[in-house]
Design a protein around this ligand. Structure first.
Ligand code: SF4
Length: 688
């Protein structure tokens, strides 16, 4: 038995009706304009049930099209340890059949993004040589030097593409891609930067276009009667001397008769030219419109455009303007698989808007398992059985639950507990407002959209106000907790930055820190407003993510002479996992932050500054939990059945993981000991 989420239905604004018009795509029809474009997950065909449940949930949530991630056509396109889907053989097809069945069960079309990586395919599993139009080393991995494709290689690759397309059709896919964006093999042929051939596949534009065009024609001839043919193309690879807009548009005109849908992106695969999946720190919603909008002039076929769309007004305006026909989305569909359904029903306040942090990207590449900061259920649909909108009711709704701490984990846990039916949830924080660290993090430069994490949860709490009481400015001692009268206590007391500079490089406090003036990030960012620390400030960042650089940028913008010292080189390596790194480093230079990278002081007195900001590591606020554990014999007399900790007070972690843990504890509060996560279903080859 499940419970529907509480909604505040207002009825859809008629201006958004255009988003729910069907769209003809070659031989198939999409029920509306919401198109989940291909995006990575870490699932591929290795976790077929997870893949099916993940995409199927989006189909249930109203997306008209749900796509796989990039899907390799043969062992000659192997980009492991990155996880692609594969259609190398019939077993791969059987694995993806689970996904197409789920999509169809919920009325959506299923798309597969057939792919050949060319010189980007590192071939670490297959150990075959990478293939490319010319023998030019990979620009990101210098040891990767491809074989220049012979005519026989070209012929075989096109045959592989057709074979994979036929398998895709037989596996139930409705839309089949001949994917060439992100500088993969078809673009490597099209681009004069990577194609130096002198035969009929190189030289003139017509020759460079030949490989991609022939492949499209052959796939169309093989399956075009049943499946729509989609092409994902970068309108401009932004590399300089790559595929320029004039040749991009010329290619669209050339191939248009054989193509049923254009999925338009921009930029390259990595580095500063990567603009697709642009983080909100640098790219506003709809940012790709400028780069891709002109492709409309080259085709009357449906055009899909992306840009982290979550605002239905903007979606409707861009459709009405004719620039795009379908709202392409990867991240917004992860953050809220039910986004179309909520807009359709006018439940605008329930839309869980993507914050553009790219934690999903960092978790889905290199063989990891996708997760999302906003949506704790993303990737957990199959293995944990979590649905984003439905919750299993608890048997006894009449117990009082006290949640101590209203940061990311506490907020999430309180909402889940209420959704599960608890009638009296008490969410208590010592702060003046809910949000914990998220009261100041969105005030760092470029991170304003991260405030959506708290905004959405505040909206949900307002809808659940009959079940959840929120108490601010209420610091609770262990005595207070025991006297509260709750039967269940969830501690979500968060973490703090180490005031003594504790870090993993000195494996302890930073020597000499007591002799310098120092502040932690939260001491600097009081209630979101930065205090004036002094003229010359050094930020010591040992975490390598957003806080140290964010504080440094904010200080520099405020007029401080700011140095960012970090043992890492380059600065903020974790931001390379989220596609923020290259632009972040350029931004620090632009605002005048002096970067001292690859440096770790042996003693804090070596740092010459008015004040040192210590962003070295965080420590759990676990004192309350330890004290309550020490008084376990008093629980029964206080009527207390369970005390469990969630989030950073267990171990400081990424916001996505703190929210996940709060969600998990809420889902498992009645499952024995919720401090121990229930085992989840694993997908692995059967032996014997
Ligand atoms: Fe959006 Fe961040 Fe979730 Fe990715 S992880 S979908 S960027 S909120």
């Amino acid at each position: 038995m499940t419970m529907p989420s509480d909604s505040h239905t207002t009825g859809r604004d008629p201006r958004h009706d255009v988003l729910f018009e069907p769209v003809q795509i070659g031989p198939v029809t999409a029920r509306n304009r919401f198109y989940q474009v291909p995006h990575c997950t870490g699932f591929g065909v290795e976790k077929p049930w997870t893949q099916a449940a993940f995409r199927g949930t989006k189909a249930e949530g109203g997306w008209a099209v749900v796509s796989t991630e990039y899907c390799s056509i043969s062992a000659e396109s192997d980009e492991s340890p990155y996880v692609s889907a594969r259609l190398w053989d019939d077993e791969d097809a059987a694995a993806l059949r689970l996904m197409t069945d789920e999509a169809h069960r919920h009325g959506a079309l299923a798309a597969v993004e057939l792919w050949h990586g060319g010189s980007h395919a590192e071939q670490r599993e297959s150990r075959l040589p990478p293939l490319a139009p010319s023998q030019i080393a990979n620009e990101h991995v210098g040891v990767l030097v491809p074989k220049a494709m012979t005519i026989a290689d070209i012929e075989r690759t096109q045959e592989d593409w057709v074979r994979a397309a036929v398998r895709a059709r037989d596996a139930g896919f409705d839309i089949v891609y001949v994917y060439g964006a992100h500088t993969y093999l078809p673009t490597q042929f099209l681009s004069p930067r990577t194609n130096h051939r002198t035969d009929r596949y190189g030289g003139s534009f017509a020759n460079r276009a030949r490989f991609w065009l022939e492949t499209i024609e052959r796939v169309k001839a093989a399956i075009g009667d049943r499946c729509a043919i989609a092409v994902r193309i970068a309108a401009d690879t932004l590399e300089g001397a790559g595929v320029e807009p004039d040749e991009g548009i010329a290619f669209v005109r050339l191939a248009d008769p054989h193509v049923d849908l254009w999925d338009v992106t921009a930029g390259g695969l990595a580095g500063i030219e990567r603009v697709d999946s642009g983080p909100s720190r640098f790219f506003p919603e709809g940012h790709q419109r400028q780069l891709t909008g002109w492709i409309r002039a080259a085709t009357k076929k449906p055009v899909v455009g992306t840009g982290r769309y979550t605002d239905p007004d903007r979606m409707a305006a861009d459709v009405a303007s004719g620039v795009i026909d379908m709202i392409g989305a990867a991240r917004p569909s992860i953050a809220d698989p039910f986004l179309p359904r909520k807009i359709e029903e006018g439940r605008y306040g329930d839309v869980r808007e993507c914050i553009g942090c790219n934690a999903c990207y960092s978790r889905s590449i290199w063989g990891r398992h996708l997760g999302c900061t906003q949506n704790a259920t993303a990737g957990e649909e199959h293995r944990r059985g979590w649905h984003p909108e439905r919750f299993t009711p608890v048997a006894d709704t009449d117990r009082d639950v006290l949640v101590v701490g209203a940061g990311p984990a506490g907020l999430e846990c309180a909402i889940v507990l209420a959704r599960r039916g608890f009638r009296r949830v008490h969410l208590v924080t010592a702060d003046g407002d809910v949000g914990g660290s998220l009261r100041w993090i969105p005030k760092l430069p470029g991170l304003g959209e991260w405030g959506r994490l708290v905004d959405w949860r505040k909206g949900q709490l307002a809808a659940l106000r009959r079940q959840v009481e929120v108490h601010t400015r209420s610091a609770l001692t262990a005595e207070d907790v025991l006297a509260y009268g709750a039967q269940i206590v969830v501690l979500a007391t968060g973490s703090r930055w180490a005031a003594d500079g504790t870090n993993g490089l000195t494996s302890g406090p930073l020597p000499g820190v007591e002799h310098v003036r120092s502040l932690t990030p939260e001491q600097l960012m009081v209630n979101g407003a930065m205090i004036e620390p002094g003229e010359a400030v050094t930020v010591l960042d040992c975490e390598g993510y957003f806080v140290g650089p964010g504080i440094a940028e904010r200080l520099a913008l405020g007029g401080c002479q700011t140095t960012l010292m970090t043992p890492y080189s380059p600065v903020a390596p974790w931001c390379d996992q989220t596609l923020e790194g290259p632009r972040l480093r350029a931004r620090l230079a632009a605002v005048g932050v002096v970067v001292a990278e690859g440096r770790m002081p042996a003693d804090a007195r070596e740092v010459v500054a008015d004040v040192v900001v210590l962003a070295t590591q965080r420590l759990s606020n676990d004192a309350l939990g330890l004290e309550l554990a020490g008084r376990a014999t008093a629980w029964a007399a206080a009527g207390l059945d369970l005390v469990v900790s969630a989030g950073d007070c267990v171990a400081p972690r990424l916001i996505a993981d703190a929210i996940f843990d709060g969600h998990r504890v809420g889902r498992e509060i009645d499952a024995g000991d919720p401090s121990r996560a229930l085992p989840y279903r694993r997908e692995r080859p059967l032996v014997g």
